[in-house]
Design a protein around this ligand. Structure first.
Ligand code: HEM
Length: 364
């Protein structure tokens, strides 16, 4: 009897080990490439890293890096604490892409999914792990980004079906709705949500106005900086395309798109002072973003079931020395729409020269 139970336990342990790579923490190891890691199971991720930096991301903080970051959010946010629906960061957006890509909020995610799928097969990892790993690595290519963590061990989706529609925030949702959804998905506070939106510093839209794909959300979409927090607070005067898309409001800079959700969150009493506090304060953004991102990347999991492989993720280069926070050329401090009631928006100098026009992000 005892030995039967023991052998059952050993079989289960072996099964779990093959799913998770390892269960019990293993001691510090030196990987084949000479890297030192806290858990030898993490060594498996160095070949993935060395493959995707040149071959998925072209060594740059461009379209593929941006898409990988967005994908990590849309997979993870598909979870509801209150209803128990969805599996969170479980890779269901890839496993059940036939269903989840039909959700309007996931428009355009076929591109990063198609780009990532061959690498998932080649390296024989789960989609849930790969999505979060690729996002963490994508950030390492964006100068100014913080180093975020990576936990391995997400099994294939355990929910029998895709995440339900309606869990991913839309740019035309109210602030209340977005904040409630983010609290229900990951326990995020309003300030956490503002911090996560720093991701829109390395981002643009392809589907809001499909006639102008790759339209950036700030003037510096290939670096992780605080320009988004400054530029979204400027008075909107124009649309980058011939007519606004759903969830788009006027931006202040030619060639730049402003999401209604970003604009409202910058101005809402629940979030406007947090938004303002990040303008020009990159260390604050880096630390708040990394903290919230790390929570987001394990939504739906017990972190104790996962293995911390953060030592595989490289740090991003610092911002270039001439990349001080600024107003785009042609703007003045008077163009800032003060929203926070308790303190004034910080003062920035405008770049010299004719009014800034932002080029589109080259599409891969
Ligand atoms: C919480 C409210 C959010 C809303 C309403 C929202 C909405 C959007 C929309 C509408 C787009 C443009 C999609 C397109 O037309 O191609 C976009 C792009 C993007 N979002 Fe968000 N987002 C939110 C939060 C986040 C978060 C938390 C992250 C990551 C941590 C994120 C990362 C990105 C990235 C990187 C892109 C650019 C993708 C690319 O350039 O291909 N977003 N977002």
């Amino acid at each position: 009897m005892f030995s039967k139970h023991l052998s059952t336990a050993l079989v289960s342990l072996a099964t779990i080990s093959s799913v998770y790579g390892a269960v019990a923490p293993k001691r510090r190891a030196t990987c084949a490439g000479g890297q030192s890691v806290a858990n030898e199971a993490c060594c498996a991720w160095f070949p993935v890293l060395e493959d995707i930096v040149p071959n998925l991301f072209d060594n740059e903080c461009g379209d593929d890096a941006h898409g990988a970051l967005r994908l990590s959010f849309h997979d993870a946010v598909g979870f509801s604490r209150s209803s128990g629906m969805g599996g969170g960061a479980d890779g269901s957006i890839i496993t059940f892409q036939d269903a989840e890509l039909q959700f309007p909020a996931n428009a355009g995610l076929d591109d990063p999914i198609d780009a990532e799928t061959p690498f998932i097969a080649k390296h024989n990892v789960t989609p849930g792990d790969f999505i979060q790993f690729a996002a963490a690595v994508s950030l390492s290519l964006c100068p100014g980004a913080p180093k975020v963590g990576f936990m391995m061990g997400r099994p294939n989706p355990t929910t029998p079906s895709p995440a339900p529609d309606g869990l991913v925030p839309e740019p035309f949702d109210s602030v209340d709705k977005i904040l409630a959804r983010m609290a229900d998905a990951g326990g995020f506070s309003p300030t956490d949500v503002v911090a996560l939106l720093a991701s829109h510093s390395v981002a643009g839209a392809d589907t809001i106005d499909p006639t102008i794909p790759g339209t950036p959300f700030d003037s510096t979409p290939s670096v992780f900086d605080t320009q988004l927090f400054i530029e979204v607070q400027l008075r909107g005067t124009l649309f980058p395309g011939s007519q606004p898309g759903q969830g788009e409001v006027m931006s202040a800079v030619a060639g730049e798109m402003r999401l209604q959700s970003d604009a409202l969150i910058a101005r809402d009493p629940a979030t406007n002072c947090a938004w303002q506090s990040f303008a020009g304060d990159l260390p604050a953004v880096q630390s708040a973003f990394a903290k919230a991102f790390n929570v987001m990347s394990v939504i739906g999991h017990n972190p104790d079931d996962l293995i911390d492989c953060s030592d595989v993720i490289p740090g991003a280069p610092p911002l270039p020395v001439n990349a001080a926070a600024h107003l785009p050329a042609g703007q003045t401090q008077n163009d800032i729409e003060q929203a926070c009631a308790v303190s004034a928006f910080p003062t920035f100098t405008a770049q010299p020269g004719p009014a800034t026009t932002v080029p589109a992000i080259p599409q891969s």
